[in-house]
Structure formats: C-alpha cells, structure tokens
Design a protein around this ligand. Sequence first.
Ligand code: ZN
Length: 140
Amino acid sequence: MKQDETCELQSELNRLCAKFRVGKHLHVIVTEDKDNDSLVMARKSLGLPEFQDISGEVIGDILFIYITDDFKRAMHTLHHEFFEWFINARFVKGYDYLVHVYHDVITRMVYNDKEEGIERLAFAEDLEYKRLKKEGTKRG
Ligand SMILES: [Zn+2]
C-alpha cells in the first residue's frame, strides 16, 4: 500500500466518523502482520474470536486493515469494519449484557445475519466513495 493510499483510507474513515457523528476518531493501520504477539494478546484479552482469514478488525481506537496489495479491497474492508465496530458498540453490547448466559450461542446465531447486513452497508459506502471521488475529479 502506498503512503497516499493509506492517507486516503484515513480520510475516508474520518468522513464516516463525521457522517455518523461518532465522537471519537479511529485510526487506520494497514499491515500484513496480523498475527504479531501484541495483536494476538489484544484479541485474547478482548475476547475477540480468532478467525483464520480476517481482512480487518477494530482493536481499541485502531482499525486494522490486513489487505496491503489491493486498494479497492482495503477500502471495502474499511467500510465493513467501520460498520461492524459501529453496530457492535451501539447495539450489540447492551443486548449482550441481558443475554450473557446465552452469549456464545446467540453471538453465533446473530453473526451470520449481522455480517450480511454489514456487507450491504459496506457496499453502499463503496458506491458513495466512488461517487464522491468522481465528483471531486470533475471539479478538478
Ligand atoms: Zn465482519
């Protein structure tokens, strides 16, 4: 990933934070090294599931993107992870508290539907990003 592409990902994330009025600003880190010790430890301490094949995730204030060779896919990952983080922070956590006895079962049950919804949101933002870029180029 080129430096200006990483900057572009960060400014897109800033745009989303402003659009959805999320107070705290997230930071983007693009890295291939998703299995380094500190990330593995952070996932463990947060109780995040260990997926074999993740393309991104949010840990703390950092949105990690593990796709380094394809800007379009990295952008889609950013959109996906933003919505996943947003939905988890705003809707799922409160719900989790009530159902913590069934936490594992319900998380697994909810996960598939949630992913589908998140993908729809992410594709919508892919389109908006494309449209905004097109308008930006027209104006020069
Ligand atoms: Zn996801």
